[in-house]
Design a protein around this ligand. Sequence first.
Ligand code: MRU
Length: 338
Amino acid sequence: VEILDQTRLPREEVWLDGSDPDHMIQHIKALSVRGAPLIGVAAAFSLGCFAQRGHGETAIRSAARRLVDARPTAVNLRYAIERQLLAFDRSGPDAIMREAIAQFQEDVELCENMAQRGAALIHEGEGILTHCNSGGLATAGVGTALGVLIRAHQLGRGIQVFVDETRPLLQGGRLTAWELSRHGVPFTLITDSMAPVLMRQGRIQRVMLGADRVAMNGDFANKIGTYGVAVAAAYHGVPFHPVAPRSTVDPHCATGDDIPIEEREAHEVRGAHGGFGSLSWAPADAPVFNPAFDVTPASLITSMVLDNGVLSREALAAGALRNLLDQPGTHRRESVHV
Ligand code: MRU
């Protein structure tokens, strides 16, 4: 299992070995591999390799536990490993890698479905704001929200994408800008604080971004800054759509208050570090608050694009996510504890 080191993009394309779960945990924590669905798939492959090397049940379960703990907010990681342990209980160690491959293929398909459903919402010539990175670097397929935008471009909708740089780790400036360039999608990079002005000027007709965990009432966690974008969009009457696969919906979270939010190290806010080098501008001991995600309430959503449906704010409030999870193709999550 090799992963493209996203901390080095866009300057360098460096691949890292991820076939050992403890190495993969380091890559996940460092955000060398990131994005809710991709973390799940990457972790699943490393556990698959570990099982193939002949480790016993105790070691497999312990590696599974450590992988799940690598990042707390994106639920896809837990979901991926839980499914592997279920497969292991049913069919033995070889099933762990088979399950990883199935999840990879499934994620490609989920992305296709989101791209199709989401692109149908986009009108000719729209300016669309996105935040963080929700593309091929965050999934096994074309992406969630960014996949929708790439598809809309391919369908000739003539869109212009506005890309929030996404402080503190700059996933927008480094990764989304890189992906959109490679796909030839017209875009403009902005700092996070510029989006409300563009909305006021009438240059943004829609917001589309990803999700790391969706609660059953439609509240969702996504990269820090999403909540502010949602508030600005509501104020300016700009339609706001999170885009997520079913694997990001957590039946164990009734509301956004139940979603654990990862807090990261202070140096990420005191400066900037990456393939571009390292720079600190704040006093070395400046107190810092650095939540990696925030929760946006469902009341600010115009509609949520899922792989198997588009749910309006009213449908979310009426509990429609439960019906979507009950559709064929959704794996039950109640039955295993990592
Ligand atoms: O900390 P990251 O870079 O893993 O955060 C990623 C995001 O917040 C994405 O928007 C999210 O994973 C959803 S899109 C696949």
